[in-house]
Ligand binder design. Sequence first.
Ligand code: NAD
Length: 479
Amino acid sequence: MQTTTYDPLYLFINGAWLAAAGRDTAAVVNPATGAALGRLPLATAADLHLALQASFDAFQVWRRTVPAERARILRAAAGLMRERSEHIATQMTLEEGKPLAESRDEVLRAADYFEWFAEEARRIDGRVVPANRPGVQQLVKRQAIGPVAAFTPWNFPAITPARKLSAALAAGCSVILKPGEESPSTALALARCLDDAGLPKGVLQIVFGVPDMVSAQLIASPIIRKVTFTGSVPVGRLLSERAAAGVKPITLELGGHGPVLVFEDADIDAAADDGAANRFRGTGQVCISSTRFLIQRGAYDRFVERFVAATRKLVIGDGLAAGTQVGPLANPRQLAKMEALVADAVEQGATVLTGGKRIDGPGYFFEPTVLAEVPMTARIMHEEPFGPIAVLRPFDNLQDGLAEANRLPYALSAYAFTRDARTAIDVGDGLEAGMIGINQYRIIATELPFGGMKESGHGAEGGTEGIGYYLTNKFISQA
Ligand code: NAD
């Protein structure tokens, strides 16, 4: 196993890397071993005040920096992320736990977002609208909306910050980012790449702290003109209320409870094998994860057998160990939640087909778990597990399959497997979700909008849509 050291942790405010120096600190722990990795400085109210002022000042500079120069800096930062990807990936696995191969892939995909939005910066155009009075020229411009407060969670510590930062910086906004306190080093490493690529001081700042205190102060400040959050529905709702108080737009990417409709005519083996890989990727701590597998009755037994066999083959362990496919959960809260969800389902009559328990020893490991015959009253049929538990249920026809798939207020990702073109069109139209995979689980690409519907949030990150959430329209009518 690779041995490595964990980078020192800082706040990054007004171009300065600030160590604890008398501030409160929080422990950062390796979830695979429970060992302390380092101490994270927590921002004070005075730190946040300074960050806000710096964000305001830097916005005046960055909004006037020509798009080609913004693009050059973002592209250079993407290059540095690729050069440093091995180091950044190792930091990520140490603090978040995911297998090193997944961390590497995530860093490279984060770099792709910076490259994509570097190009988008050069395509922020406007319109000339013919006037209905002679001698009048009407222009519609799209301009950077202003300083942004961004909040990202611990599960994808590179790609979630990257989706927000790349689009906001390309648009000409300054950003104060508060990443998840559990996995802070990855976002700092991305910020280091941007700093080294020549991003002017104050354009990007990174703060950590008591999340509620940080979001309350940042969102209430008149300096902040846009909020973006990825995390749970309750926190998203709270930040929405705070943004509404200041009449500020907010982009929300919240949880999911991804349904998978497997029809009898599908490639059942592929749906099951790839389904197990998808469900347990990131130890199930993935907002677009497939959670509820709904299988048409004629294919149910075969699917269950394949799915359980594929699940049992998964190699669980420290993400730095060669061959690991499933790492630990991120924190003890997650472990306690998995135990509670399984206990509740079993108490109500569910069958555990495999897994179901925490794994003894150091670290926050939980067995990849498959539940069948889960009653609709069980908590897991309503709450996002955000961990390594799959639920398998039969359905009879398209109508009742779609009804179950769309039953919850979540509407982030959904999947369907069928060889029938008509069924594929009907599920594509009928599934309520922001992102739908048909005959495949891979639904993310830099070029596509990432985002949900219903209580899973609103707004898109990535694609040609992504930059628009950091721009505002202004028309100029000139006589
Ligand atoms: P949580 O809601 O407490 O925290 C999620 C993130 O939000 C963390 O990074 C946290 O620092 C931040 N946060 C919490 N309170 C905040 C506040 N008042 N202001 C600003 N930021 C705040 O959840 P958790 O215990 O870390 O995870 C539990 C659940 O959150 C999961 O079960 C899952 O449903 C959801 N979650 C979703 C995603 C996602 O990608 N959509 C990511 C992480 C967690």
